[in-house]
Write a protein that binds this ligand. Structure first.
Ligand SMILES: Cc1cc2nc3c(=O)[nH]c(=O)nc-3n(C[C@H](O)[C@H](O)[C@H](O)COP(=O)(O)OP(=O)(O)OC[C@H]3O[C@@H](n4cnc5c(N)ncnc54)[C@H](O)[C@@H]3O)c2cc1C
Length: 438
């Protein structure tokens, strides 16, 4: 029989039920020691050598087991869709995550967020499948929105808007970017054109938004608009007749539920009790959200690239060409060596930035540095994985092709590489001139 060079995509009907009634795929079942050690394929120091809470280590182990055994078989499901998993698949996956005790695993039982270091360990593992973050409720934009609401929302706002996101019953969307063709906000948020005007005890919002992830199907929206006093944020229930989804864009990526939409907001009336924080402080709140949200993207996509690298490694260690295994050709071996280096460097940058945030800093520069470094390194990793797998690498026989597409988009959202480098350069100049003044 021909040896499999890549894990066979599983057919949902062929799952077996194990004795606990949990569906598992025999092809992807792995034993506990393997799971505990699997991310050590990066080589060198084990993650357990870093200081982590025991509870987070256990949660990370469970998340990895859940993603590898339960979620990965769903990668062949037709409900996976071009605009992320549909509601039916999402509901099914979340029910399984709830049953396995790994839904919203980055939050503690008391509702508080874990440290960023502990979160890193968990989110990297939820990212091992492009479906993992959606299944575990660690995905963007919900995870970033949870951070923002936990820090800025009032108790009443938390109960009404945050609770359903944390429990995995509601998805949320963050409305900031505007259509480039109309001169709206993109990399430069100060170009915001969406307005909010006070009318008695309410605010009236008008404007157009672009690339709003998850707007289709979301129940909670966070909308940014400008007032005479500066930028404001509002919490709204979705869907809303004053918020029209004009169209869902066809984009290179396909993991985020609801895809990315163009939206028109027309005379949306919002009571003042639904303003998030204070009037005029919207950009400060966006900063509160940005650093952790950037970092968590790095975590999830590192997980995805670790998996892509596992698949590519398996291929080149079993496929022959010109009388030897592909790995034994220096051109191939060096690509995998470079992958290990890039993956390890990404992990170290993530942990460094997580430490900075855990010490209470906003981490604006550190998260910019990390976002640039990790997104660029992971792009190289994903590209090498595609390359060493030949034709299979560009096919949908494995998730390597999807990971490559997803990482390409990641170099743009949450700040394109050039914009982050530009901010870092401004900081370099500021620091240098400060020294001149002394
Ligand atoms: C998949 C995806 C999902 C997204 N989801 C959301 C969402 O849910 N909510 C939301 O509000 N937004 C979302 N966005 C929008 C995203 O945040 C913006 O794309 C991003 O901020 C860049 O803005 P822009 O696309 O208008 O690019 P532009 O501002 O037009 O910039 C284009 C390019 O110009 C270069 N550039 C710009 N400024 C500088 C500079 N100062 N120095 C050097 N080069 C520069 C960069 O190379 C940049 O990529 C999403 C985008 C994508 C791709």
């Amino acid at each position: 029989m021909e040896a499999a060079l890549v894990p066979t995509p599983m057919d949902r009907e062929s799952y077996e039920k194990d004795s606990t009634g949990v569906r598992v795929s025999p092809a992807t079942k792995v034993s506990d020691p393997q799971i505990l050690d699997s991310l050590n394929t990066l080589g060198g120091q084990k993650e357990s050598d870093f200081e982590r809470s025991e509870d987070a280590c256990e949660m990370a182990r469970r998340v990895e087991q859940f993603v590898r055994e339960i979620v990965i078989p769903f990668e062949a499901d037709h409900h996976r869709g071009v605009h992320g998993p549909d509601d039916q698949l999402l509901t099914e996956l979340r029910a399984l995550a709830r049953e396995a005790g790994v839904l919203t695993p980055h939050l503690l039982k008391d509702g508080n967020h874990r440290t960023h270091r502990d979160t890193a360990m968990i989110l990297i593992r939820s990212g091992l499948s492009p479906l993992g973050p959606a299944a575990c409720n660690t995905m963007s934009p919900d995870e970033g929105n949870m951070v923002l609401l936990s820090k800025v929302a009032t108790a009443a706002q938390k109960e009404r808007f945050l609770g359903p996101i944390v429990s995995g019953e509601a998805r949320s969307a963050f409305f900031m970017t505007e259509p480039a063709a109309e001169g709206g906000a993109g990399s430069d948020p100060s170009m915001m054109m969406t307005t909010c005007v006070k009318d008695g005890d309410d605010w009236i919002i008008n404007g157009r938004k672009a690339f709003i992830t998850g707007a289709v199907g979301a129940k909670v929206g966070i909308i940014m608009a400008k007032s005479d006093l500066g930028a404001c944020m509002f919490l709204v229930d979705l869907p809303n007749p004053a918020i029209n989804i004009d169209r869902v864009l066809e984009t290179i990526d396909s993991s985020m539920p609801g895809g990315h939409s163009m939206v028109t907001i027309q005379n949306l009336r919002v009571p003042k009790s639904q303003m998030l924080g204070k009037c005029g402080e919207g950009f400060q709140y966006a900063q509160v959200r940005l650093s952790p949200a950037r970092l968590s993207h790095c975590m999830r996509w590192l997980g995805a690239c670790i998996r892509a690298n596992e698949i590519a490694t398996y291929y080149v260690c079993h496929r022959h060409g010109f009388g030897k295994l592909l790995i034994d050709h220096e051109g191939v071996g060096f690509m995998l060596a470079d992958n290990l280096i890039d993956l390890r460097q990404s992990e170290l940058m993530i942990n460094w930035c997580a430490d900075v945030l855990d010490r209470g800093s906003l981490g604006t520069i550190e998260s910019s540095m990390t976002k640039v470094s990790v997104s660029e390194a992971l792009m190289r990793v994903a590209d090498r994985c595609v390359q060493v797998m030949g034709a299979i690498g560009v096919s949908r026989e494995t998730i390597v092709e999807q990971v490559f597409r997803e990482i390409r988009a990641f170099r743009i959202y949450d700040g394109p590489t050039e914009v982050h480098k530009w901010s870092i350069a401004k900081e370099v100049k500021r620091n240098c001139l400060k020294k001149d003044d002394r």
